[in-house]
Design a protein around this ligand. Structure first.
Ligand code: G1P
Ligand code: ZN
Length: 544
């Protein structure tokens, strides 16, 4: 085995963000850049000699090159076996599934999620631990620390591995096995949902669905599941061929970026159900005919209907949501008599709750929903969950959601993003909010009175770890909230996120447009934070 030890010097910008290290492709293509980070991952782990590593990515530009480097480094560092998805493909939830099923030591996932791909666009890498979930902060901090002091890395001198042919090959003293990227995941889905009932719905002729894979990783999974096993007509899946640049699109399933799907679902003769997933398959957007389901409502509806789904028929242990996600799910938890957890933004914070059996369903307002079946959010899982509910209830998406509001009241919700803000200006804005935070309690803004204002911090109930500075919360006495935080996943400048929520028990007002219902809070957010002045932007770049 020809292991090379290469001398290197640290890059000082390899701090993992909300979900791994994300940079522009040319940054990753600099000599030693990827290698340093991969070695920093391995240097921060212990006890993996002879163990299994899972590797796969969302197929974006530079995926294959990165995988070859990682395979050779994993072998040189002593992993006994590497499982890699065929063609270098594994959706993020499928990678989580494969790690768990094979009792792997961990996995490396190559993705920048919903960020655009291509030679000058984004690339990303993250490490997942043996439970299949994103590495917790203590691991990502150790990786960052190693990346700052690294002096050498190990890599095998060997020809590239054929990633397209299924089966095992030797690489150095280890084995690389190219696995079917879809099979294990599809089997897991079949164990959770009532496929017979969903098949009846999709083949009945009276129900039509449209799944938009946005030319990203879920294409092969969606074809296999919907048009294959579940018998939906050919053409149900659109944009299903994964492309390195996602066809030039922005693979983010929201009303702005999944516009083709939105046009279909809000057009004439619209299908009954529409869904989209993101670059790496962990996000989802759910649409009914002429109807958008906010991710926060989706979590609440799934929780309220979970008993209709075989995998969850015995009930839920608890529901966890990220802090900025609306409190709609808390109302369901209360009625079900189960615990509701509020965690910082980022899926990694759900891992301990899921492992400890305290939460069964988890969700984020950022189009992320999932459960204890894996340790990532899971786009197609959410689509199947909705289909299972629709198949059982035989009602439309709109009926199901409006009935939900009638029972629980409606949490109006919206997120306003200001993307590409100059980093210094964004920092000044947040400092300005911080400076006022302690003076806000008791202050009145029109009909609203501030009940509390703080910077969210979280103590993990399982391991006691504390995460501070997770976003400013301004809560009002009527339960409304404004949350402000800076994105931890962007690669250029800063993205300011403003989360707005109000609660409306009055059924007569449930039909309101959220921007209308939240208009006062939108103005108050600007009064407090000086958003337009500081960003120099008249309006948000994305509203979801
Ligand atoms: C964003 C979302 C967050 C999600 C993350 C990864 O992070 O807001 O909920 O977990 O992407 O998909 P942010 O850019 O806000 O740090
Ligand atoms: Zn994603």
């Amino acid at each position: 085995m020809n292991i090379q030890t290469i001398t290197t010097t640290p890059f000082l910008d390899q701090k993992p963000g909300t979900s791994g290290l994300r940079k522009k492709v040319p940054t990753f293509q600099q000599p030693h850049y990827l290698e340093n980070f991969v070695q920093a991952i391995f240097d921060s782990l212990e006890g993996f000699q002879g163990q299994t590593l899972v590797v796969g990515g969302d197929g974006r530009y530079y995926n294959r090159e990165a995988i070859q480097i990682i395979l050779k480094m994993a072998v040189a560092n002593g992993f006994g076996q590497v499982l890699v998805g065929q063609g270098g493909i594994l959706s993020t939830p499928a990678a989580s599934c494969v790690i768990r099923k094979n009792h792997a030591f961990g996995g490396i996932i190559l993705s920048a999620s919903h960020n655009p791909g291509g030679p000058t666009e984004d690339f990303g890498i993250k490490y997942n631990i043996g439970n299949g979930g994103p590495a917790p902060e203590k691991v990502t901090e150790a990786i960052f620390a190693h990346s700052k002091t690294i002096t050498q890395y190990k890599i095998l001198d060997a020809p590239d591995v054929d990633l397209d042919t299924l089966g095992s090959v030797s690489l150095g003293n280890s084995t690389v096995t190219v696995i079917d990227a879809v099979a294990d995941y599809a089997e897991l889905m079949e164990s959770l949902f009532d496929f017979d009932r969903i098949r009846q719905l999709l083949t009945s002729g009276s129900f039509r669905m449209c799944m938009d894979s946005l030319h990203a990783v879920t294409g092969p999974y969606a074809y296999a599941l919907f048009e294959g096993t579940l018998g939906a007509p050919v053409g149900t899946v659109q944009n299903g061929i994964p492309l390195e640049d996602f066809g030039g699109g922005h693979p983010d399933p929201n009303l702005v970026y999944a516009h083709d799907l939105v046009e279909v679902l809000f057009g004439d003769n619209a299908p009954d159900f529409g869904a989209a997933s993101d670059g790496d398959g962990d996000r989802n957007m759910i649409l009914g005919r002429h109807f958008f389901v906010t991710p926060s409502d989706s979590l609440a509806v799934l929780a309220a209907n979970a008993k209709l789904v075989p995998g969850y028929k015995d009930g839920l242990a608890g529901i966890a949501r990220s802090m900025p996600t609306s409190q709609a799910a808390d109302r369901v938890a209360k009625r079900l008599g189960i615990e509701a957890y509020e965690t910082p933004t980022g899926w990694k914070f759900f891992g301990n709750l899921l492992d400890a059996g305290k939460a069964t369903l988890c969700g984020e307002e950022s189009f992320g929903t999932g459960s204890n079946h894996v340790r990532e959010k899971d786009g197609l899982w959410a689509v199947l969950f909705w289909l299972n509910i629709l198949a059982v209830r035989q009602e439309s998406v709109e009926q199901i959601v409006t009935e939900h509001w009638q029972q629980y009241g409606r949490n109006f919700y919206s997120r306003h993003d200001y993307e590409g803000v100059d980093s210094d200006r964004a920092a000044t804005l947040m400092k300005n909010v911080h400076d006022q935070m302690h003076t806000l309690t008791g202050k009145r803004f029109g009909a609203y009175e501030v009940e509390y204002a703080d910077d969210f911090s979280y103590t993990d109930p399982i391991d006691g770890s504390v995460s501070t500075n997770q976003g400013v919360r301004i809560g009002f006495t009527d339960g409304s909230r404004i949350v402000l935080r800076l994105s931890g996943t962007g690669t250029q400048g800063a993205t300011l996120r403003i989360y707005l929520e109000s609660y409306e028990p009055n059924i007569a007002k449930h039909h309101l447009d959220p921007q209308e219902a939240l208009a006062d809070l939108i103005t108050i957010a600007d009064d407090i934070a000086g958003i337009h002045t500081h960003t120099g932007m008249a309006k948000p770049t994305v509203i979801t």
